[in-house]
Ligand binder design. Structure first.
Ligand SMILES: *[C@@H]1O[C@H](CO)[C@@H](O)[C@H](O)[C@H]1NC(C)=O
Ligand SMILES: *[C@@H]1O[C@H](CO)[C@@H](O)[C@H](O)[C@H]1NC(C)=O
Ligand SMILES: *[C@@H]1O[C@H](CO)[C@@H](O)[C@H](O)[C@H]1NC(C)=O
Length: 264
């Protein structure tokens, strides 16, 4: 009887093994961010009681506002999303649409048509920093983040760099408007140039006169100044709704994904 049980068990194991196809068998890695082999395309590990996909959708659609940290139970989910292919694919689709919009425009020959770019998680990616600090699950530490900014090591978001290059070819000028403070002008300019954003019409950083003001107020005011100076904002791209809401938003806005933090 015991022998039969063992035999049946062996048969069962062999069947499973054959069904899986030995060379295709990928061990399930739990609680680990795996850079090269995300566990699923949409970056999903299942979390009991909370759909992290619903949470991310609510974030991206601006239904969830003023949140300070991602839910602890969604750290793996957000990590897989950001490091896996889905984040890149989502970004590329945004850029495809932005490019289609740009190509359909009647660009002024006066050189007054501009496209507004945000910097963090738009032109540049702070993913190396966030991968190291829990993908937005740890409380924001300004000292630590500024140390990272000072390293000038932020890579370009590949899709955004592609848009940037195409816009310049189309005769559209680029203006960066960032929430980074004026004190980070030089490191920001160096970082941008080092990764391929070699030229721009203006690089606008947050001056002390806007301290305590929201991003919506500050960015709207800067866009208004640009329009008063005779520029036409033909497109506007950012990862935060506060890059795109408010006044003087331009002909069309484009929202890149960012489930790691919220700036109002
Ligand atoms: C494009 O703009 C120019 C002047 O800026 C104008 O003369 C021309 O008619 C416009 N073309 C279209 C297709 O709107
Ligand atoms: C913030 O980061 C700095 C620099 O890395 C570190 O010295 C400090 O302890 C951190 N603060 C908190 C509250 O974690
Ligand atoms: C930026 O660099 C310029 C020289 O290129 C220098 O005069 C200025 O003080 C620097 N600003 C900051 C904030 O470091």
């Amino acid at each position: 009887m015991a022998t039969l049980k063992i035999w049946l068990l062996l048969l069962f194991v062999a069947t499973i093994d054959a069904a899986l196809g030995h060379e295709n068998y990928v061990p399930i890695i739990t609680n680990q961010i795996h850079l090269l082999r995300p566990q699923s395309g949409s970056g999903g590990s299942y979390v009991e009681g909370l759909s992290c996909l619903s949470w991310r959708l609510a974030v991206e659609t601006n239904n969830l506002i003023s949140w300070t940290q991602i839910p602890t139970s969604c750290v793996d989910y957000v990590g897989h999303y950001m490091l896996g292919s889905q984040y890149r694919q989502d970004s590329e689709l945004v850029i495809e649409q932005a490019l289609a919009h740009a190509k359909a425009l009647n660009i002024s020959t006066e050189g007054t048509d501009i496209w507004v770019f945000d910097i963090d998680e738009t032109a540049l990616s702070n993913l190396p920093y966030y991968a190291d600090t829990g993908f937005g699950s740890e409380p924001y530490n300004a000292t630590k983040f500024n140390e990272w900014v000072e390293t000038k090591a932020a890579p370009a978001l590949p899709a955004t760099l592609e848009l940037y290059e195409e816009l310049l070819n189309l005769g559209i000028k680029v203006v960066f408007i960032t929430g980074r403070p004026e004190s980070q002008r030089n490191v920001t300019a160096s970082n941008l140039k080092a990764v391929g954003y070699t030229t721009w019409e203006k690089l606008v950083l947050k001056g002390s006169d806007y301290s305590g003001k929201t991003a919506v107020v500050y960015k709207s005011a800067q866009r208004k100044i640009l329009e008063n100076d005779g520029y036409r904002i033909v497109g506007n791209i950012g990862d935060q709704w506060s890059d795109l809401l408010g006044t003087n938003i331009g002909l069309r806005t484009f929202k890149l994904p960012d489930p790691m933090y919220y700036i109002g």
